[in-house]
Design a protein around this ligand. Sequence first.
Ligand code: NAP
Ligand code: ZN
Length: 357
Amino acid sequence: MYLFMPTLVYSEKDCVKNHFREIALIGEKAMIVTGKHSSRKNGSLDDVSAVLNQENISYIIFDDIEENPSVETVMRARELAVSENVDFIIGIGGGSPLDAAKAIALMAANPEANEEVLYQSNALPYLPIICIPTTCGTGSEVTPYSILTLHKQKTKKSISHKIFPTLALLDTKYLKTANRSCIVNTSVDALAHLIESYLNTNSNSLNRIYSEQGLRMWAEFKDNLKNDTLYEKDYERMLHTSMVAGIAITHTGTSLPHGLSYAVTYELGVPHGKAVGMFLGGYVDNYKDKNEAGKVLELLGFSNAKEMRCYLNELLGKTELSPELLSANADSILANEGKLKNYPFKITKEELINMPN
Ligand code: NAP
Ligand code: ZN
C-alpha cells in the first residue's frame, strides 16, 4: 500500500491573488491554457493575468481548448509554446483545459517528439503546471491523468504519462458562474470517481480514506444538488469533493462506468459526467461484493441501489442508448485488458449491456 499526492493545493477565497509568490516561483514565461469563454466570464483569467503582470512574468494565452480536447489541439498549442519559449503552463477551466495543459506541458518539454509519444510509456520530462479548476468534477488539478480525444480511433483515451500539476488553486467564486447542467454533470463525475475508486481492484484500507471521506462529503450536498438550492457551503463541498475524488482515482484508477462512457461521449456528444453517470447505478447494483456496494450506498445515504438509480435518473434525465452502441461498447471493453483490470470480478457482455441506470 502507498499514498502519493505531490500537488500543493490551496483552497480559499481569492486564492490566486493570495498565492502570487508561489506562482511567481514556478517560471519566467507562462502559457495560459483555457477554454473559449468561461474563464473570461468567471474572473479566473483576469485574476491570473493580474498576478502575472504584477510579478512581471510574461505570458501568452491559448484559449482554444474544446470540450474533450483532441490530440490535434494539444499539438497546435505545443507549437506555440515552443516558438514562444514558455517554461511553465497554467491550466484554467474544467477538466478539458486542465487535461490539455498536462499534455501540452509534456509535448512542449520534448519539442522534437511527435504525437505518438503521448501513448508510449517511456518516461519523459514535462514543464511545471499550475491548475485552477472552475468545475467540480474531474479533480484533474490533482490527478496525473490527461484524457484526450483520438479522432483516428473515434474515442477518448488517457495518455500513457503520469503528469502531476505542481500547484492547484481552488476558489469557489469561479464555480458559481457555472450553469445547472455543468454543476450537475461534473458533480456526478466526482461521484463516479469516488464509487469507481472504492469498488476497484486497486482499493485498499489506506487509499479508501479518500473515497470514503469523499462519499460522505457528496452525501452532504446531494439533496441540495437535486433541489437546485445550493449555498456557499455546498459549492465549497463540491469543489473539495471533486479534488478528494481526484486523489482517490490517482491511487486506484477508474473502472467500468468510465470505460463505458467514452464511446457515448464520442458518438453522441454526451458530456463526460452525464455519460459516466448513466452507468453508475447499474455498477453499484450489480457489483458482486454486496457488502462493499452496501457500504457505498450507506456512505451516500441511500437505502438501496434502486433509490440511487432513481436519484441519478431524476438528476441527469434519461438518454436512450441504441442496442448497437451498447453491444459495440461492451465488445470493446471486453477486448481491452486495460479497461477490465480495475474491475475485480468476471463480467459478461450481457451484464455490460444492462449496466445503464
Ligand atoms: P469541460 O469540458 O472542461 O467544460 C465543459 C463546459 O463547461 C465548457 O463549455 C466550459 O466552457 C464550461 N465551463 C467550465 N467552467 C465553467 C464555469 N465556471 N462557469 C461556466 N461554464 C464553465 O468539463 P469537465 O466536465 O470539467 O471536464 C471534462 C473533461 O475532463 C473530459 O475530457 C474528461 O474526460 C476529463 N476528465 C479528466 C479526469 C482527470 O483525472 N484528468 C477525470 C475525469 C474527467 P469553456 O470551454 O468556455 O471553458
Ligand atoms: Zn471522470
